[in-house]
Design a protein around this ligand. Structure first.
Ligand SMILES: O=P(O)(O)OC[C@@H](O)[C@@H](O)c1c[nH]c2ccccc12
Length: 400
């Protein structure tokens, strides 16, 4: 492992925190042993992990900053970079392993807290990180075509949203089963193409006839072959079910955009957002009339989410978005003990997500405490998704 560390003088011992490629943290200390040339030094790091790390140390105080500090632009770049670094730190302190952007080099003249740069750290560690990095760039491009100010105006004239949470509660009462959020999904990175002749509107209408309470529409193009045009088309085809915009949200701009495209609810993924971001985005959603499904995958994320005020809907994803492993007992595990107690106390609706195929699966997550389920693959793959729903529940749950 290689790292870059700004240092002040040779011989100094520097406490550092290393983030390894597998993103396990370890604490170590660096001692500067031998100046090489310029500002670079060879050094070794002793750490609590068994291996020794080789790092390169860079002196950035004083000398390096003098030529560039006069440039306002560079100062700004430094500030921006620092903000990114602090946000990273905050995310790591909350147990978030997904980095929101590829790590970047410290701007010229940077002097401040240590920067540790890992060799080979510029490729994403897993698929969720890859999607997140791509999203960041995609959103920057989309913002240029649809500036926030224009979206805000469009939102003012947009028709009111539909009651997503209300629809779930009603369906649960009506059927006695967990309410169904049926997912309009053409493909996924883990499963590839699920349906070749994919007509989102036809599928949405079949789901509605089959008794779905709400629909989830994948809008990510690159990894799920979805699109905002699907959301729009389903909305304008007269489908009454409230619609969840299934997107990887990393920027408030996306929430405004989703609202203008006909979403009634959005997904917030705890694995990529800090507590503060979730809190802020929840407020924004409320202001725009959108419901929020906050998705967790492990105990730690569940604990974080339970500490945030105002969450009505929590999704437990049985699929790890980092490894693709699916295990429906994850829903049960996360609803046991203290967390389960708090959820019942707050009267939150828990949505069991992913990997549900049979009436037994539905019964299993219902017994674990969910009042809703989010299902894609098992019903979207059927020639007749309406019948697929009856098959999934072992019973016709349509209104008629
Ligand atoms: O097709 P499945 O296994 O029934 O899963 C549906 C849904 O839970 C899954 O698509 C999903 C859950 N959370 C996500 C976040 C992003 C993209 C997709 C998802």
């Amino acid at each position: 492992m290689e790292a870059l560390v700004p240092v002040q003088s040779a011989g100094q011992r520097l406490p550092v925190r290393l983030v390894s490629p597998s993103l396990h943290r370890c604490i170590g200390s660096v001692s500067i042993r031998r100046p090489v040339s310029g500002f670079a030094m060879d050094t070794r790091i002793s750490s609590k992990t068994p291996s020794q790390f080789t790092i390169r140390a860079q002196q950035s105080l004083g000398v390096a900053s003098s030529s560039s500090s006069s440039s306002v632009e560079n100062d700004l770049r430094i500030k921006e970079w620092e903000v990114d670094m602090y946000q990273n730190e905050l995310a790591i302190s909350q147990g978030i392993r997904i980095r929101r952007k590829p790590p970047s080099k410290a701007p010229l003249g940077y002097s401040g807290p240590f920067e540790l740069r890992l060799h080979n750290a510029d490729s994403p560690t897993n698929i969720l990180e890859e999607i997140t990095w791509y999203k960041d760039q995609e959103v920057s491009r989309m913002k240029e075509v649809n500036p926030l100010e224009a979206l805000k105006k469009a939102v003012e004239n947009a028709p009111p949203t539909r009651d997503f949470v209300g629809a779930l509660r009603m369906a649960h009462q009506r059927t006695g089963f967990p309410a169904l959020i049926a997912e309009v999904k053409k493909a996924s990175p883990s499963r590839g193409i699920l349906k070749e002749n994919f007509d989102p509107v036809e599928i949405a209408q079949a789901y509605e006839r089959g008794g779905a309470a709400c629909l989830s529409v994948l809008t990510d193009q690159k990894y799920f072959k979805g699109g905002f045009e699907n959301l729009e088309a389903i909305r304008s085809a007269g489908v009454k079910c409230p619609l969840l915009c299934k997107e990887f949200i990393v920027d408030p701009w996306q929430i405004y955009y989703a609202r203008t495209k006909g979403a009634d609810a959005v997904l917030l993924i705890a694995a990529i957002l800090t507590d503060l971001e979730i809190t802020y985005l929840l407020k924004l959603c409320k202001k725009l009339g959108l419901a929020t499904l906050v998705e967790v995958h492990d105990e730690r994320e569940m604990g974080r989410v339970l500490g945030i005020e105002g969450i009505e809907l929590v999704g437990i994803n049985n699929r790890s978005l980092e490894t693709f492993k699916v295990d429906i007992s994850n829903t049960k595990k996360l609803l046991e003990g203290e967390h389960g107690r708090q959820i019942r106390e707050k009267d939150m609706i828990v949505v069991g997500e992913s990997g549900l195929f049979t009436p037994d699966d539905i019964a299993y997550v219902q017994a674990a405490g969910v009042k809703a389920v989010l299902v894609g693959e098992s019903i979207v793959k059927q020639n007749d998704p309406e019948k697929g729903i009856a098959g999934l529940f072992g019973k016709n749950i349509s209104h008629t």
